[in-house]
Every structure is written in C-alpha cells, then in structure tokens.
Design a protein around this ligand. Sequence first.
Ligand code: FAD
Length: 394
Amino acid sequence: MRTDGFSGRITIVGAEDRHPYDRPPLSKKLLSGEWEPERISLRKPDDLALLNIEWVLGSPAASLDLEARTLALASGRTILFEGLIIATGSAARRLPNQPNWQGIHLLRTMDDALALRAAIEPSADGPSPKVVVIGAGFIGLEVAATARSRGCSVTVLEGAEAPMMRGLGVEMGRAASLVHGDNGVDMRLGVSVASFFESSKGRIGGVELSTGERIEADVVVVGVGAAPVTSWLEGSGLELRDGVVCDHFLNAGSPLVYAAGDVCRWTNDLYGRAMRVEHWTTASEQGAAAARNLLAEAAGEERVAYSAVPFFWSDQFTARIQFLGRAEGDEIVHVVVGSPAERGFVAVYERAGVLVAALGVSRPRQLMPFRSLIASRVSIEEALDFAASLNAPS
Ligand SMILES: Cc1cc2nc3c(=O)[nH]c(=O)nc-3n(C[C@H](O)[C@H](O)[C@H](O)COP(=O)(O)OP(=O)(O)OC[C@H]3O[C@@H](n4cnc5c(N)ncnc54)[C@H](O)[C@@H]3O)c2cc1C
C-alpha cells in the first residue's frame, strides 16, 4: 500500500510475536543451521520503521464485525477499520490421535523450526537422532532431506502410493523423489500410522503402523498438510469454504474487505474456477494485488482481476523441484527434457489435448518458458514442438 502511494494509517495484527519472515527456509536452510533467524526477516528493522505501520503483534484477531467495521482482538482491544485485508494463512494439521509428547513436531512457524532444529542436532558423542516423518508432501520431504543431510537416520511414512502425489501425480511424484532413495532415506509408501508409543513418560518412542509394525523414533515430524485459518471469521457473514471465498479481484464479499495468500479461495479467470493455493509466489503476488484493489475501490477506480499460473518450488537434497500450473492427478504426462534416471528432467501435463502444467527437476532454464505456454492454453502438440526445440542442438 505504501508503494502504491497510500499515506494513511495502517495497522498489522499478527498472532505471532515476531515481525514477518519468510517461511520456505524453515524446512531448508534455517532447519539445517546454515541460516539464522535474522536472515529470513522480510525487511530489515530500518526499512520496517520507514513503512510507518502500527504493529500489534502476539495478539490474534478473534472476531470480525462487518457492520460496525471492527476487529476484536484476543487481548480485548477493538480496532476500527475502513479497509481490511485478511491474510491469516494456514496452520499445520495435526493427526486426530496425536499426543502432546516431547519429540513430536509440527512445522509452520519460526518457533516450530527452531525447536525441530534443536531436536535433530547431531550429538557429538551419541548416535544421531532417529527421525520419522509422517507425510511425504513437500514440507515432509524437505524436512526428511534436511534431517538426513544432518546425519539423522530418516524414515518417511506415507499412506498414498507415491510421494508428493497431490501436487505432482503418481508417476511424477515417484520420479521427483528418487533422490531420497539415493541419499538413504527409508521411504515407506502405502502405510498407515495407527498410534504413537512412548520411550519414557511424555516422550516419544516411535509409531506403530496399522500392520502392528513398530518404528522407533527420537523425533516424529507430522507433515500432513495445512488448513486455512478461518475459525476466527465464523459468524462474521463472510463466506468460508476451505478458505475465505473471494471474487476475481480478491474481494471477500464486503466493500473494502479483501483476502490474500494461503487463506484466500478466489476465482482464477485463467482456469475459470475457484482455487486456493498454498505457495509463496501466490501469497506475495496476491498481497500486492489485494492492496492495489482495495485502494482502487476506495478511490472509485478500476480494479484488476488477479489471475496467474500457480508456481512453486521445493528443494530436496540436490534436487530443485519446480512446478507451474495445476495438476488434478489424471493428466497424461510427457517427459520432454532429460529423464528421471538422470535426476534432471522436464515433464509436461496434458488434459483434453491442452497443456495445463509443467514440472522441472533441476532444469530451471528449460522449465520456465512453459509458464507463458500454460497461460496461453496451447495445445499439447504445440508444447511438444516447443520442447523439441529445447532439445535440438544449437
Ligand atoms: C516449512 C514451510 C516451507 C515452505 N516452503 C515453500 C517453498 O519452498 N515454496 C513455496 O512456494 N511455498 C513454500 N511454503 C508455503 C509458503 O510459505 C506459504 O504459501 C506462505 O507463507 C503463505 O503466506 P501467507 O501470508 O498467506 O500465510 P502465512 O505465511 O501462514 O502467514 C499468516 C500469518 O497470520 C498469522 N495469523 C493467523 N491467524 C491469525 C489471527 N487470527 N490474527 C492475527 N494473525 C493471525 C499467522 O500467525 C501467520 O504469521 C512453505 C511453508 C512452510 C510452512
């Protein structure tokens, strides 16, 4: 809003007692100990001061009254607003039978990451910690790679038939995760965790599978996805359906009220349907788009619809996985550059003869041109012709 010239009052209410920071390194360089917390601040203290914002941190918003235009905080304070941007993100899911024992971790916040980092610290004299990761999604696999790189023995337990299946589909989920086997991660697919057991009172000892098999662990990381944080908006009158439902301008159905990021379910015109995306690039683009549209609405000016090809990346060992678009899991997939055996490739996803998504593993230069092809909804033939030109000797 400041970049767009707004000089009025801005208040940021945050549940965490910290200024904003980048989450992707929480499972990567911050967890490995290569980076310290200061390195992932979104802005340096001097730059934050220049923004001239009132920070209300460590005090979550508890409810919203759209008629009175007020936000009630858990601390008891009430804030009057003219415009509101809802960006409460998502929170890590717990397993229904998950006990509150020492050694069981979730990963969403800096505090979570620092606690997990201490738990997987290699010990100078004893054996390295045994880590079990429940869930082979992106965050679970990044944790597995980081813990393994720090010398831990790592077992990943996944109910589905392939890792990263929800994002990449079965075949590509398998292909993109080969690097885990190369590095000695024990990947157990199609298994289900029935219960947890203790090593001593209140301390994790491991997990028991539905087959009765017991797997010992000093550390268990539950990486079973995230859910949008909307409970505080119940009863506010905003439509909530796996996120805050928004139109293509990111407006949440009330004048000057917008949503952005993981919490936002909006109509993406490029796909002609509503979607919610839990990726860093979408969150940062939507933050800017929501701010701009709020200011435009207040000034009675034209707003701009936010539509984009979703993009995310994930770093696991030496593999940089990058994905453009959306896959539902039943697309036809063509590997067009390199091969899974080389641990470097690009694959394109076809639905009804149209290019809908593309995956790159450690091939960023060859992957990125597919973004504009996906946005233009080119036919798969056109995409394959383009890919052939990438492979042609120059
Ligand atoms: C460990 C990890 C690794 C990731 N790695 C990648 C990656 O490699 N690539 C990628 O594309 N994406 C990655 N992501 C996803 C990416 O970080 C998220 O998409 C992004 O953080 C979403 O931003 P957001 O602002 O919408 O929500 P968040 O980052 O979740 O921020 C929401 C904030 O709102 C606060 N809040 C919640 N409720 C309230 C309330 N009632 N009142 C006030 N404040 C509240 C929360 O405490 C939080 O600080 C990763 C996420 C995690 C957790």
